[in-house]
Write a protein that binds this ligand. Sequence first.
Ligand code: SF4
Ligand code: SF4
Length: 180
Amino acid sequence: MNAETKKRTIKTIVIDADKCDGCRACEVICSAYHADPKFGSNNPARARIRVIRDPLKDVYIPVYAGEHTVAECAGRDKYIIDGKEYDECAFCRASCPSREDFKEPDSGLPLKCDMCEGEEEPWCVKVCLAEALVVMEREEETAEEETEELEDLEVGLESLASKYGKDKILEALARMTKED
Ligand code: SF4
Ligand code: SF4
């Protein structure tokens, strides 16, 4: 199959931690945007961004939820900022088995920043009055329009399978297919 090359715009959110004042508006709006119904409720525990806060030292560092990893990593980093040592996994973007960060609190499913499903301006950027979050855009040639969606689906299925076991997931799918 011949894959057509297309141009797509890649958006990146650049974080300027020095500007962040720790207001957590980004966490609140992210959880509200992804609530069901949209904006019907908010709970920062469901946000795909979290702000590491140390008000006494005036240290605030926003971290976006990245990829899910099935196994925890073997190497860890330690950070010392203004004389304070931060947890080994503090700035990691992944949801992984060794911590509860970036997991949907009810289901345990991994959360990942989805750039507000392609909204022109992501909500966390919109509400960040301190301008600590800024969108940068660049053009990229790609032949993989559908790959990303497929990857997201696979990550979700993999996570469900590791939580409930592959057989249970297959049984549930078989039941759902019959009900249809
Ligand atoms: S909205 Fe901006 S200033 Fe407030 S916590 Fe988030 S990144 Fe920091
Ligand atoms: S871009 Fe959207 S999904 Fe990602 S952290 Fe910001 S509000 Fe949440």
